[in-house]
Unconditional design. Structure first.
Length: 350
């Protein structure tokens, strides 16, 4: 099926990072507003070394930002470095509000009527924006679609103690539309288990739980996410396929995976769509949703991601079912499941 087949259809996306969906021209404007060498003036040495190791970032630092060259990396670490680099250019609450508005417009163009958007607030705090202002901006909700619910990324790289105190501060001024927490960042350096207390606290506060697991690490990370963090969904989770007992458990317990095939290929987890395990997971009965993760960084859209499922061996009816799962497994009071291709009374098309 072609991407155009899905464009007009109202869609839900459950795993998409706010900055990951930044329109490239919006990032270009920020890079002009804040000359990169100045924006990085107070960056810690470990970030400078990380950035110096990436050709695409070196070019941007030298003043050559060109989207086709910038959003290219040959590893998960290369992607994470690029992702972190862009956080240095969201430096005021106006930038942050502008980013939200630009991403909402992008969702509208794609007919994404419901999105659970992951936001790494600590990265903006690190650029000098007060947390309170960020949380206030997350509480604002325009009346028009898309309907957005927030998932705060506690960013595993800051460690469990800092993640817990960040969560405490967020809970003090809890944004109206906060649905869940997750952990993004370097799974291979910061596995899930040490975050047990943070996740227990979030659960106790009534938040839903997801975590990036089984992306950079194998099945043991997904087991820990389930048994120790007690998550409701798994971000990625695809490497669960390496353990048949885990696959059976995910299917039996109906734990949905937020599968992002193009992300996995662009970060080098798999070499091609043909190698991607989504089909095997599906056939074993694991509930699947499909998302873009960071559409700008992976040069993909949700319509194209759905279309790519054909190359993974899915039939048109199966793809429709996976698209509908975006509504079915939503964390927030789910909007009425739309009839394919039709607007619903609950959610108007953009
Ligand atoms: N932050 C943004 N995208 C991510 C991903 N795919 N994995 C981990 N952290 C991320
Ligand atoms: Zn992600």
């Amino acid at each position: 099926m072609a991407a155009t087949d899905f464009l007009a259809q109202p869609k839900a996306e459950l795993h998409v990072h706010l900055r990951g969906a930044i329109p490239p021209e919006f990032l270009g404007a920020l890079l002009r507003k804040y000359p990169p060498q100045e924006a990085l003036a107070n960056a810690p040495g470990r970030h400078r070394r990380l950035f110096a190791g990436q050709a695409n970032i070196r070019a941007a630092l030298a003043g050559h930002y060109e989207e086709n060259a910038f959003f290219r990396y040959d590893s998960f670490d290369g992607f994470l470095a690029t992702y972190l680099f862009t956080s240095y250019f969201v430096r005021s609450i106006e930038d942050f509000r502008g980013l939200i508005a630009a991403v909402r417009r992008q969702f509208c163009r794609e007919n994404i009527v419901y999105a659970e958007v992951t936001v790494s607030v600590i990265e903006y705090v690190n650029q000098g924006i007060p947390l309170e202002a960020l949380l206030e901006a997350l509480s604002e909700e325009p009346e028009t679609p898309p309907r957005v619910r927030w998932i705060v990324d506690l960013v595993r790289n800051i460690g469990p103690e800092a993640a817990e105190s960040l969560l405490d501060r967020i809970l003090e001024r809890r944004p109206r539309n906060l649905a869940a927490v997750t952990l993004g960042g370097a799974e291979h350096l910061f596995p899930p288990a040490p975050f047990e207390r943070v996740f227990a606290k979030a659960r106790g506060a009534g938040l839903r739980l997801t975590v990036h697991a089984g992306e950079a690490l194998g099945p043991e990370s997904v087991w820990d996410a389930l048994r120790i963090l007690k998550v409701d969904r798994i971000g990625h989770g695809v490497r669960a396929v390496e353990d048949p007992a885990l696959v059976a458990h995910l299917a039996a317990q109906r734990i949905p995976l937020e599968v992002c095939p193009t992300s996995n290929i662009r970060t080098g987890i798999y070499r091609s769509y043909g190698e991607h395990p989504a089909r095997r997971l599906f056939e074993a009965g694991v509930p699947l949703t499909v998302s873009t993760d960071d559409p700008t960084f992976f040069r993909v859209t949700l319509s194209r991601e759905l279309s790519a499922l054909t190359a993974l061996g899915f039939s048109p009816d199966e793809i429709e079912g996976i698209a509908a799962n975006g509504f079915r497994f939503a964390f927030a009071p789910p909007p009425a499941t739309p009839q394919c291709g039709k607007a619903t009374p609950a959610i108007r098309p953009c």
